[in-house]
Design a protein around this ligand. Structure first.
Ligand code: ATP
Ligand code: MG
Length: 308
């Protein structure tokens, strides 16, 4: 079973405008509204891939998260809070193709509410279950929140996957998460290494393994990904697909990695599966994630290469 925790869900608003103009009202065309946030996305992707998954987290006025999860038949346990779901706007400038991203930080969340959802999670998990801790923490949560959860999960015999950045990631690393999936920026901030330099990046991934992480997947956007585990390091390019929306590609990749590792795939096959799932996700607009039939079609086309 894979549990995912969403402490700061959002609605992804995908919009467009002909040209940004600081002196004009900038009337935008809203194209899509997708309930998301990394924890929510990992649950949606794992569910689409046929995994046994449950989302735990918070919901807001009108229960938008519960409604979206019901539509996709993603099992969830959500604690309702007052206030509105935060908005994460991705605004595309049609003339240049640039995208401006405006992310609300989210509502102040009380220590007591955070304690309640963590207690629910710890009540559910069994030894051998996976837990994905992904996404930003809401205002009100201390940066050590994920680290504390990881500590409790290790005692419960769970495998953990972490996808966050900044002080939360640095604190989490101390608790030896089982799987890490930084993107290029997160990796550079964490290790000081340019993700584009494959030799240096593999060495830096090894450094993370030496700190107790079992699997490191460095996702490099359109340049594909590296996967380092044990003595092995593998690389693959991104799937060659028409790109409609990259939001949530990394979250899809994280879900696919957890499922592939749990199913006992080899390191190379795990990377192939994760890259196929991410490719199937970018083929779809907005934060729509992968479809299983697309993943299966892409799988044989992904060329993985053993580096070490
Ligand atoms: N432009 C693209 N073209 C093809 N594949 C892509 C593209 N962007 C991302 N991908 C695929 O998705 C994977 C994850 O992408 P990326 O490294 O951008 O993750 P991320 O920044 O964590 O994404 P997010 O946090 O928005 O989910 C890449 O390794 C690649 O396989
Ligand atoms: Mg990411």
């Amino acid at each position: 079973m894979l549990y995912t925790l969403s402490l700061n869900p959002c609605v992804d608003k995908t919009a467009s405008i002909a040209r940004f103009d600081p002196d004009a009202p900038n009337r935008v065309r809203v194209e899509r509204l997708d309930v998301g946030g990394k924890g929510v996305n990992v649950a949606r992707a794992a569910n689409a891939l046929g995994g046994d998954v449950k989302l735990l987290g918070f919901d807001y006025r009108g229960q938008p998260v519960a409604t979206a999860m019901a539509k996709e038949k993603v099992p969830c346990t959500l604690i309702p809070l007052s206030g509105e779901l935060r908005v994460n706007m991705k605004l595309k400038e049609e003339d240049t193709g640039r995208t401006l991203e405006i992310s609300e930080r989210g509502l102040e969340t009380s220590r007591e509410d955070i304690r309640r959802i963590i207690a629910r999670l710890l009540d559910c998990v069994q030894p051998g279950d996976w837990v994905a801790l992904a996404g930003s923490l809401p205002p009100g949560a201390v940066p050590e929140t994920y680290a504390k959860i990881l500590h409790a999960l290790e005692e419960k015999g769970c495998r953990t996957a972490v996808d966050c950045d900044g002080p939360a990631l640095i604190a989490a690393l101390e608790e030896r998460p089982f799987l890490l999936k930084p993107n290029a920026q997160e990796f550079a901030a964490l290790t000081g290494v340019d993700a584009g330099d494959t030799t240096a990046a593999v060495a830096a991934c090894r450094g993370l393994l030496n700190r107790g992480v079992e699997w490191v997947c460095l996702s490099r956007g359109a340049k594909g990904a590296l996967l380092v585990h044990g003595e092995e390091a593998w690389a693959c390019p991104a799937a060659s697909v028409p790109v409609k929306g990259t939001a949530g590609a990394g979250d899809t990749m994280l879900a696919a990695l957890a499922l592939a590792i749990e199913r006992g795939l080899t390191t190379g096959e795990t990377l192939r599966y994760a890259a196929a799932a991410a490719g199937a996700s970018v083929m779809r607009p907005g934060t729509l994630l992968c479809r299983l039939e697309d993943v299966e079609k892409l799988l044989p086309e992904i060329k993985v290469e053993k580096l070490v």
